[in-house]
Ligand binder design. Structure first.
Ligand code: PEP
Length: 269
């Protein structure tokens, strides 16, 4: 794929990525107000930022209409199947049809509550890629695995099928330690840096270079700058704090405060 084609397919290319994951929160009124605020504040968003909002499925179209292209839409979950008798599911094609350019897969809540294993996760990612949607693959260890020093092994496991996506999927990986999600606890920036280096190595073993890595887990306007300042971090995935529009905007604005001028996409760049 030429660089021009990549830039069209992957709007995040060369940018710092900010993903809001609302989970199962919000209402029609909330979506309308949130979208209107993002649109109103659009000019304050750095040109170096690629902003993605993953609203609950029923609100994607309302959000799309409200933001008028000011930010990108992301799905929170899509099916492994393309169509058919799968009551309650949304296909990757439907997500693309409604305007999603990005889609979350492998979020720890889906893994834990809905028993999605690594095979299912990579299948979902493949469907997204086929539909022209960029997968944002979430990985990360539990508290217990961390205490047992199993983080690297867990990340290896979670990425073991990743080469089937191929080098032209536009894949983004989000490192989200499970123990940091929604808890107010975060790893130190030093820890994130070390873990991201491990993830780069695993991805490179699978022939995947230049995959942007996001950090996710209790990111707030107060700590976002510490993670974004690392050259091993190309963006953040924000849950709870993204539900407050102004806090999410402040997180994006951290980009203006950090001195890091360029976006780094792999260890050897
Ligand atoms: C998430 O849902 O992916 C997440 C990181 O949540 P929080 O920011 O609330 O920890």
């Amino acid at each position: 794929m030429s660089r021009e084609a990549q830039e069209v397919a992957w709007p995040h290319l060369g940018k710092e990525i900010f993903v809001a994951n609302w989970k199962m929160n919000g209402s029609l009124a909330f979506v309308e107000a949130y979208g209107a605020r993002l649109l109103e504040q659009h000019s304050t968003i750095s040109k170096k930022a690629c902003v993605v909002v993953c609203s609950p499925t029923p609100y994607l179209k309302t959000l799309r209409d409200a933001v008028q292209g000011a930010v990108f839409l992301g799905s929170q979950n899509t099916a492994t199947a393309q169509s058919g008798a799968f009551t309650g599911e949304m296909s990757a094609n439907m997500a693309a049809d409604i305007g999603c350019r990005y889609g979350l897969v492998g979020h720890s809540e889906r893994r834990r509550l809905y028993h999605e294993n690594d095979t299912i996760v990579v299948e979902k990612a493949l469907r997204l890629v086929e539909a022209g949607v960029v997968p944002i693959l979430c990985i990360g260890e539990t508290e217990e695995q961390r205490e047992m020093n199993e983080t690297a092994e867990v990340l290896h496991q979670q990425l073991r099928h990743i080469s089937s996506l191929g080098p032209t999927s536009g894949l983004i990986v989000a490192y989200e330690p499970v123990w940091a999600i929604g808890t107010g606890k975060t790893p130190t920036p030093d820890n994130v840096q070390k873990t991201h280096r491990i993830i780069y190595e695993i991805l490179e073993e699978h022939g995947l270079c230049n995959v942007p890595l996001l950090y996710g887990g209790s990111v707030t306007a107060t700590n976002a700058g510490d993670f974004l300042a690392l050259k091993e971090v190309q963006g953040v995935l924000v849950g709870g704090a993204s539900l407050k529009t102004d806090e999410f905007l402040q997180i994006i604005q951290c980009l203006d405060k950090i001195s890091q001028a360029s976006v780094h996409c792999s260890l050897d760049q």
